[in-house]
Write a protein that binds this ligand. Structure first.
Ligand code: SF4
Length: 212
């Protein structure tokens, strides 16, 4: 299979940059709201991510870690997946630290998925089914919950990422559903026995793939 993943990763990087700008703008409207020093770590929330392209992007970040950090992340990821499998029906109530969070810091910060970038700030999403509003994180709500004046509009970001995903899947001829935690992305990536398309190694699709 020879799919040029780099162009899709580049498109995603551009959207992530725009999300960062939107986040900063929104934070500015709330007195420079910041996650700095927060002990109520949102990286313990169990999130599932639904796009191949974000999976590939995250794996680029994981691949950039040194060998020891990677090995340690894999051990944590396996433990995470085990714990998750013990709670198949109540996982949203779980609080498990993401395997990429070490001492409160994300080891793949530049490569983190969309939800890690917008969680915290109140949001809004317009779709043909209607408009949905999202609260900010508990810390935000405690500080500003009674006076929400601005929400990050997720609509164009979700739409643009969906377009990238559609184009990538078309080129890969990939139709399977995708639903993985960060831990599952890491475990699946490092498991040799699963199929190539599920392993999602960027270099398997194109030798020169890298984020520009
Ligand atoms: S990828 Fe990074 S920011 Fe996202 S949950 Fe994991 S440690 Fe936190």
């Amino acid at each position: 299979m020879d799919v040029d993943v780099a162009q899709y990763l580049g498109r995603l990087a551009k959207i992530y940059g725009e999300i960062g700008q939107e986040y900063d703008k929104a934070a500015g409207k709330y007195g420079g709201f910041s996650c700095e020093g927060c002990t109520d770590n949102c990286c313990t929330t169990v999130f599932h991510h639904h796009t191949l392209i974000e999976n590939l992007y995250l794996i680029e970040g994981f691949e950039g870690l040194d060998v020891k950090k990677k090995e340690e992340a894999v051990i944590r990821a396996k433990k995470y997946v085990e714990e998750l499998s013990d709670h198949p029906f109540d996982m949203t109530e779980l609080s498990i630290m993401c395997p990429l969070n070490v001492e409160g810091k994300c080891e793949a910060y530049e490569y983190r998925p969309l939800i890690c970038r917008i969680h915290g700030m109140p949001g809004i999403l317009h779709s043909p089914k209607g408009t949905k509003e999202f609260d900010g994180c508990p810390v935000f709500m405690e500080q500003h919950g009674n006076s929400i004046s601005h929400r990050i509009d997720r609509t164009s970001f979700y739409t643009d990422i969906a377009f990238i995903e559609r184009d990538l899947r078309e080129e890969m001829v990939f139709t399977e559903k995708h639903r993985k935690t960060i831990a599952e992305m890491i475990v699946d990536y490092t498991r040799d026995e699963i199929t190539l398309s599920k392993r999602l190694r960027p270099e398997d699709f194109h030798k020169d793939s890298h984020i520009i």
